[in-house]
Design a protein. Structure first.
Length: 271
Protein backbone atom coordinates (compact mmCIF):
# COMPACT_ATOMS: atom_id res chain seq x y z
CA UNK A 1 0.00 0.00 0.00
CA UNK A 2 1.33 3.44 -0.96
CA UNK A 3 2.38 5.60 1.96
CA UNK A 4 0.43 8.80 2.49
CA UNK A 5 3.05 10.04 4.97
CA UNK A 6 6.65 8.91 4.72
CA UNK A 7 9.68 9.82 6.85
CA UNK A 8 13.01 9.13 5.15
CA UNK A 9 15.86 9.25 7.69
CA UNK A 10 14.36 12.33 9.35
CA UNK A 11 16.21 13.82 12.32
CA UNK A 12 15.65 16.95 14.35
CA UNK A 13 17.92 18.93 16.68
CA UNK A 14 16.98 21.93 18.79
CA UNK A 15 19.33 24.90 18.86
CA UNK A 16 20.34 25.71 22.45
CA UNK A 17 22.59 28.73 22.32
CA UNK A 18 25.49 27.81 20.07
CA UNK A 19 24.90 24.08 20.53
CA UNK A 20 22.37 21.63 19.18
CA UNK A 21 20.42 19.07 21.20
CA UNK A 22 19.41 16.03 19.17
CA UNK A 23 15.76 15.25 19.88
CA UNK A 24 15.11 12.72 17.11
CA UNK A 25 17.63 10.35 15.59
CA UNK A 26 17.33 9.57 11.86
CA UNK A 27 13.90 8.00 11.65
CA UNK A 28 12.01 6.26 8.86
CA UNK A 29 8.28 5.70 9.06
CA UNK A 30 5.47 5.05 6.59
CA UNK A 31 1.77 5.64 7.17
CA UNK A 32 -0.62 4.41 4.46
CA UNK A 33 -3.80 6.39 3.86
CA UNK A 34 -6.35 5.61 6.56
CA UNK A 35 -3.82 4.10 8.96
CA UNK A 36 -4.01 4.74 12.71
CA UNK A 37 -0.57 4.87 14.32
CA UNK A 38 0.11 5.41 18.02
CA UNK A 39 3.50 6.76 19.16
CA UNK A 40 4.49 5.69 22.67
CA UNK A 41 7.64 6.04 24.73
CA UNK A 42 9.16 7.92 27.67
CA UNK A 43 8.79 11.68 28.06
CA UNK A 44 11.10 13.67 25.81
CA UNK A 45 11.63 10.87 23.28
CA UNK A 46 10.46 12.86 20.26
CA UNK A 47 6.82 11.76 19.94
CA UNK A 48 5.42 15.29 19.82
CA UNK A 49 8.37 16.38 17.67
CA UNK A 50 7.17 13.95 15.00
CA UNK A 51 3.73 15.57 15.04
CA UNK A 52 5.27 19.04 14.76
CA UNK A 53 7.38 17.90 11.82
CA UNK A 54 4.38 16.40 10.02
CA UNK A 55 2.34 19.56 10.58
CA UNK A 56 5.27 21.75 9.37
CA UNK A 57 5.54 23.54 12.70
CA UNK A 58 9.16 22.36 12.63
CA UNK A 59 11.48 21.65 9.72
CA UNK A 60 13.67 18.53 9.82
CA UNK A 61 17.38 18.94 10.49
CA UNK A 62 18.05 16.16 7.99
CA UNK A 63 16.10 13.75 5.85
CA UNK A 64 12.85 14.14 3.93
CA UNK A 65 9.14 14.03 4.78
CA UNK A 66 6.85 13.06 1.91
CA UNK A 67 3.10 13.39 1.61
CA UNK A 68 1.43 11.36 -1.15
CA UNK A 69 4.84 10.91 -2.76
CA UNK A 70 5.80 14.59 -2.83
CA UNK A 71 7.99 16.61 -0.49
CA UNK A 72 5.94 17.95 2.40
CA UNK A 73 5.12 21.59 1.67
CA UNK A 74 4.95 21.16 -2.11
CA UNK A 75 1.17 21.25 -1.84
CA UNK A 76 -1.14 22.22 1.03
CA UNK A 77 -1.99 19.37 3.40
CA UNK A 78 -5.21 19.66 5.35
CA UNK A 79 -4.43 18.86 8.99
CA UNK A 80 -6.70 18.45 12.01
CA UNK A 81 -5.22 18.68 15.52
CA UNK A 82 -6.41 17.94 19.03
CA UNK A 83 -4.35 18.37 22.18
CA UNK A 84 -4.66 17.64 25.90
CA UNK A 85 -6.36 21.00 26.41
CA UNK A 86 -9.50 21.41 24.35
CA UNK A 87 -8.62 25.12 23.84
CA UNK A 88 -12.16 26.08 22.89
CA UNK A 89 -12.80 29.81 22.66
CA UNK A 90 -14.96 30.67 25.69
CA UNK A 91 -16.91 33.47 24.01
CA UNK A 92 -18.12 31.23 21.17
CA UNK A 93 -20.83 28.58 21.34
CA UNK A 94 -19.87 24.95 20.84
CA UNK A 95 -21.28 25.05 17.31
CA UNK A 96 -19.25 28.14 16.43
CA UNK A 97 -16.10 26.63 17.95
CA UNK A 98 -16.47 23.51 15.84
CA UNK A 99 -17.14 25.62 12.74
CA UNK A 100 -13.88 27.61 13.08
CA UNK A 101 -11.80 25.49 10.64
CA UNK A 102 -14.46 26.05 7.96
CA UNK A 103 -13.91 29.78 8.43
CA UNK A 104 -10.11 29.53 8.26
CA UNK A 105 -9.02 26.53 6.16
CA UNK A 106 -9.09 26.55 2.33
CA UNK A 107 -11.08 25.76 0.30
CA UNK A 108 -13.88 26.09 2.89
CA UNK A 109 -13.13 29.66 3.88
CA UNK A 110 -13.89 30.95 0.38
CA UNK A 111 -17.52 29.88 0.82
CA UNK A 112 -17.91 30.58 4.54
CA UNK A 113 -20.17 33.63 4.32
CA UNK A 114 -22.54 31.95 1.88
CA UNK A 115 -22.71 28.54 3.57
CA UNK A 116 -22.23 29.12 7.30
CA UNK A 117 -25.99 29.12 8.04
CA UNK A 118 -26.80 26.26 5.70
CA UNK A 119 -24.39 23.59 4.50
CA UNK A 120 -21.68 24.33 7.08
CA UNK A 121 -24.12 24.42 9.98
CA UNK A 122 -25.53 21.08 8.84
CA UNK A 123 -22.02 19.63 8.63
CA UNK A 124 -21.20 20.77 12.17
CA UNK A 125 -24.51 19.59 13.60
CA UNK A 126 -24.10 16.15 12.03
CA UNK A 127 -20.72 15.76 13.77
CA UNK A 128 -22.09 17.02 17.09
CA UNK A 129 -24.97 14.56 16.82
CA UNK A 130 -22.51 11.72 16.19
CA UNK A 131 -20.75 12.42 19.50
CA UNK A 132 -23.93 13.19 21.47
CA UNK A 133 -23.48 16.96 21.71
CA UNK A 134 -26.15 18.33 19.39
CA UNK A 135 -28.34 19.35 22.33
CA UNK A 136 -25.39 21.42 23.63
CA UNK A 137 -24.56 23.18 20.34
CA UNK A 138 -25.70 26.57 21.65
CA UNK A 139 -23.92 26.25 25.00
CA UNK A 140 -20.53 27.78 25.75
CA UNK A 141 -17.45 25.70 26.66
CA UNK A 142 -17.56 26.69 30.33
CA UNK A 143 -21.03 25.12 30.54
CA UNK A 144 -19.71 21.68 29.52
CA UNK A 145 -17.70 19.03 31.36
CA UNK A 146 -14.11 18.28 30.38
CA UNK A 147 -15.14 15.15 28.51
CA UNK A 148 -17.81 17.03 26.57
CA UNK A 149 -15.30 19.72 25.68
CA UNK A 150 -12.96 17.08 24.28
CA UNK A 151 -15.79 15.65 22.19
CA UNK A 152 -16.27 19.11 20.72
CA UNK A 153 -12.50 19.36 20.25
CA UNK A 154 -12.49 16.15 18.19
CA UNK A 155 -15.38 17.46 16.10
CA UNK A 156 -13.46 20.69 15.42
CA UNK A 157 -10.40 18.65 14.35
CA UNK A 158 -12.49 16.60 11.90
CA UNK A 159 -15.06 19.05 10.54
CA UNK A 160 -12.90 20.08 7.55
CA UNK A 161 -12.19 16.47 6.47
CA UNK A 162 -8.44 16.55 7.21
CA UNK A 163 -5.95 14.45 5.30
CA UNK A 164 -4.12 13.96 8.61
CA UNK A 165 -5.46 13.91 12.15
CA UNK A 166 -2.74 14.64 14.73
CA UNK A 167 -3.61 13.88 18.35
CA UNK A 168 -1.24 14.80 21.18
CA UNK A 169 -2.42 13.31 24.49
CA UNK A 170 -6.02 14.41 23.80
CA UNK A 171 -7.45 12.49 26.75
CA UNK A 172 -4.56 12.83 29.20
CA UNK A 173 -6.31 15.26 31.55
CA UNK A 174 -9.53 13.23 31.88
CA UNK A 175 -10.55 10.60 34.41
CA UNK A 176 -10.34 6.94 33.46
CA UNK A 177 -14.02 6.38 32.71
CA UNK A 178 -14.30 9.52 30.57
CA UNK A 179 -11.12 8.54 28.70
CA UNK A 180 -12.47 5.10 27.91
CA UNK A 181 -15.76 6.57 26.72
CA UNK A 182 -13.87 8.91 24.38
CA UNK A 183 -11.72 6.06 23.05
CA UNK A 184 -14.90 4.51 21.73
CA UNK A 185 -16.05 7.87 20.36
CA UNK A 186 -12.76 8.39 18.53
CA UNK A 187 -12.83 4.84 17.16
CA UNK A 188 -16.32 5.43 15.77
CA UNK A 189 -15.30 8.74 14.18
CA UNK A 190 -12.19 7.21 12.62
CA UNK A 191 -14.06 4.18 11.26
CA UNK A 192 -16.68 6.46 9.71
CA UNK A 193 -14.20 8.92 8.16
CA UNK A 194 -10.99 6.99 7.46
CA UNK A 195 -8.54 9.81 8.23
CA UNK A 196 -4.87 8.98 8.63
CA UNK A 197 -4.17 9.36 12.35
CA UNK A 198 -1.00 9.87 14.37
CA UNK A 199 -1.68 9.63 18.12
CA UNK A 200 0.83 10.50 20.83
CA UNK A 201 -0.02 8.93 24.17
CA UNK A 202 1.55 7.69 27.38
CA UNK A 203 -1.39 5.35 27.97
CA UNK A 204 -0.47 1.94 26.56
CA UNK A 205 -4.04 0.63 26.88
CA UNK A 206 -5.20 3.61 24.88
CA UNK A 207 -2.63 2.94 22.19
CA UNK A 208 -3.50 -0.76 21.94
CA UNK A 209 -7.26 -0.06 21.88
CA UNK A 210 -7.19 2.66 19.23
CA UNK A 211 -4.28 1.99 16.90
CA UNK A 212 -3.64 -0.33 13.99
CA UNK A 213 0.08 0.07 14.62
CA UNK A 214 2.10 1.10 17.65
CA UNK A 215 5.54 2.65 17.25
CA UNK A 216 7.59 2.39 20.44
CA UNK A 217 10.29 5.04 20.85
CA UNK A 218 13.43 5.05 22.96
CA UNK A 219 14.53 7.79 25.35
CA UNK A 220 16.04 10.94 23.84
CA UNK A 221 17.47 11.17 21.32
CA UNK A 222 14.42 9.24 20.16
CA UNK A 223 14.34 6.42 17.69
CA UNK A 224 11.67 3.88 16.78
CA UNK A 225 12.63 0.59 18.39
CA UNK A 226 9.45 -1.33 17.56
CA UNK A 227 6.70 -1.00 14.96
CA UNK A 228 3.99 -3.40 16.06
CA UNK A 229 0.74 -4.25 14.29
CA UNK A 230 -2.41 -4.55 16.41
CA UNK A 231 -4.69 -6.92 14.51
CA UNK A 232 -7.60 -7.03 16.97
CA UNK A 233 -10.81 -6.86 14.87
CA UNK A 234 -12.95 -3.71 14.95
CA UNK A 235 -15.08 -2.35 16.38
CA UNK A 236 -13.24 -2.97 19.63
CA UNK A 237 -14.93 -2.97 23.02
CA UNK A 238 -13.45 -1.58 26.24
CA UNK A 239 -14.05 -4.94 27.94
CA UNK A 240 -11.50 -6.49 25.55
CA UNK A 241 -8.71 -4.44 27.12
CA UNK A 242 -8.93 -6.56 30.28
CA UNK A 243 -8.57 -9.90 28.50
CA UNK A 244 -5.25 -11.79 28.79
CA UNK A 245 -4.23 -11.40 25.14
CA UNK A 246 -4.75 -7.64 25.31
CA UNK A 247 -3.01 -7.28 28.66
CA UNK A 248 -0.09 -9.19 27.15
CA UNK A 249 0.27 -6.57 24.40
CA UNK A 250 0.36 -3.78 26.99
CA UNK A 251 2.93 -5.62 29.11
CA UNK A 252 5.18 -6.20 26.08
CA UNK A 253 5.00 -2.52 25.16
CA UNK A 254 5.86 -1.51 28.71
CA UNK A 255 8.83 -3.87 28.77
CA UNK A 256 10.18 -2.34 25.55
CA UNK A 257 9.96 1.16 27.04
CA UNK A 258 11.47 0.23 30.42
CA UNK A 259 14.16 -2.04 28.95
CA UNK A 260 14.76 -0.92 25.35
CA UNK A 261 17.01 -3.03 23.16
CA UNK A 262 20.47 -1.63 22.55
CA UNK A 263 21.05 0.22 19.28
CA UNK A 264 23.52 -2.49 18.22
CA UNK A 265 20.86 -5.16 18.69
CA UNK A 266 18.44 -3.21 16.53
CA UNK A 267 21.01 -2.86 13.78
CA UNK A 268 21.74 -6.60 13.83
CA UNK A 269 18.02 -7.40 13.73
CA UNK A 270 17.58 -5.18 10.66
CA UNK A 271 20.42 -6.86 8.72
Amino acid sequence: MTAQVKFENVSFAYDVGEEQTLALQPTSLEAPKGDFIALVGPSGCGKSTILKLVSELLAPTSGHILFAGRELGAEPVRVGMAFQSASLLPWLTIRDNVMLPLKIVPPFRAHYRARRRGEYRDRVDALLAQVGLLDFADKHPWQLSGGMQQRANLCRALVHDPDLLLLDEPFGALDQFTREELWSTLQDLWMARGSTVLLVTHDLREAAFLANRICVMSARPGRIIEDRTVDTPRPREIAQTFRPEFVSIVEQLRELIVHPPAAASLKEAAQ
